[in-house]
Design a protein around this ligand. Sequence first.
Ligand SMILES: Cc1ncc(COP(=O)(O)O)c(C=O)c1O
Length: 396
Amino acid sequence: MNPIPYGKQNITQADIDAVVEVLKADYLTQGPKIKEFEDAFASYVDAKYAVAVSNGTAALHLCALALNVSEEQKVITTPITFAASANCVRYCGGEVVFGDIDPETYLLDINSVRELLEASPKGTYSGIIPVDFAGRAVDLEAYRKLANEYGLWIIEDACHAPGGSFIKTNGQESKCGSGEFADLAIFSFHPVKHIASGEGGMITTNDAALYNKLLALRTHGIVKNDNLYTNSVDFASGVENAESYPLWYMEMQELGYNYRLTDFQAALGLSQLQRADEGINRRREVANIYEKAFKDKDFIKGQSGVVTGHAYHLYVIEVEDRLGLYNYLREKHVYAQIHYIPCHLMPYYRSLGWKEGDLSNAERYYKSCISLPMYPTFSVEEQKYVIEKVTEFCNG
Ligand SMILES: Cc1ncc(COP(=O)(O)O)c(C=O)c1O
C-alpha cells in the first residue's frame, strides 16, 4: 500500500492545459482569468461579488481591514480552527476572544458566544468570525439574528466548505459564502482544500461598498475611476485647464497591500471549480463509508457523521487513545492529522493571557480528535485499508 495522506490535491490534464494556456498568453497576472474565476466562483456559492486574493490568510486580513477592525475592538472566534481565523484580528490590532465549541458539531457554540455578549456592555464586541470547520456549515441564520441584536458584523471563514450549505428555518438551502447572512466570507485554495490553486484565496460578499473597498485594498489601496479621484484634473494631467483625467492616471487613496492572485493560479482554480461538485460528491461517499464502518463501534467517542450540506474537507473521529492510533496508523503508512491544536493554547495566545481550562469543550476535543484521510481520489481499497487499521488498533 502506498502512503496515504489525510488530504491531497487532484490535478488533471485539463488543469495542466488550462495553466499552460495562460502561460502562453499575454497576462501572467492582472489579466482576464482573475475576473473569470471570480465570476464563476461567485455564481458557485450564490454570492453577488467575489475578490480573488493570494491566499486565505490575505482574504481574512483584507476582510478585517475592510470592516475597520482596530485596537479598541474585540472579535469572537472559535479556538478549533487554523490560527489565521484569529490572527487577522491581531493584524489590525484588535483583541481576539475565543468562544467554546459545541462538542457535537465541533463548531463555535452560539450559546457560548451569547454568554460572552451578554456578559459585557453592548458595543464591547464588533464582530464574529464563525468557521465552517471540517466542511460543516455554521447556521448563519441564527448567528445573524444574534449579531443584529448586538450590531455586529460577521466574517464567515468558509475555507473548509466551498459547496457546503445549511438548511434555513424556511426549509431552504443557504450556501456557504453566499453572503445571505454574513457580511463577508473567505475561502482558501491551498492544495488540501476542495479547489486548489497552489496558494490562493477568495472573498465573497453581497455588499457593493465592501466589494469596492476590497478591490482597492488588494492592490495597494489604488483606485482607477475618474469619479472617485480627489486630486484635480490639472494636477493629474500636468497642464492647466485640462479637460479630463489622462488614461495613465490612478490614485493610491489608502494604505493597501499586494494580495493579488496570478492569472495562471486563477486558471487552475477555475479549471478545478468545474469539477467541484464531482469532488464534493465523492467526499460525501467517503464520509458515508466511514459513518457506516464506525457507527456502533464502542471505541468511537464521536465522529463527523453524515450531515446534510457537509462539505467534508475533513473527516474527524474521536477515540480514547488518540496518540496510540496516530502512531499506529503512521507505522502502517496512513498519515492522519490533528485538526486543530486549540488556538487559545498556542504560545502566542497564551502570552496574551489564555490558559488551560478556559475552554473545556475545545480542550477535551483536542485530546481525542484525529482526522482520517478524506479526498476525492482516495480509493475504495485505500479506505477499506484505513478502516481496517483503525478498527484493528482500537479493538486492541
Ligand atoms: C479555517 C482556515 N482559515 C484560514 C486558512 C488560511 O488559508 P491559507 O492557508 O490559504 O492562507 C486556512 C488554511 O489552512 C483554514 O483552514
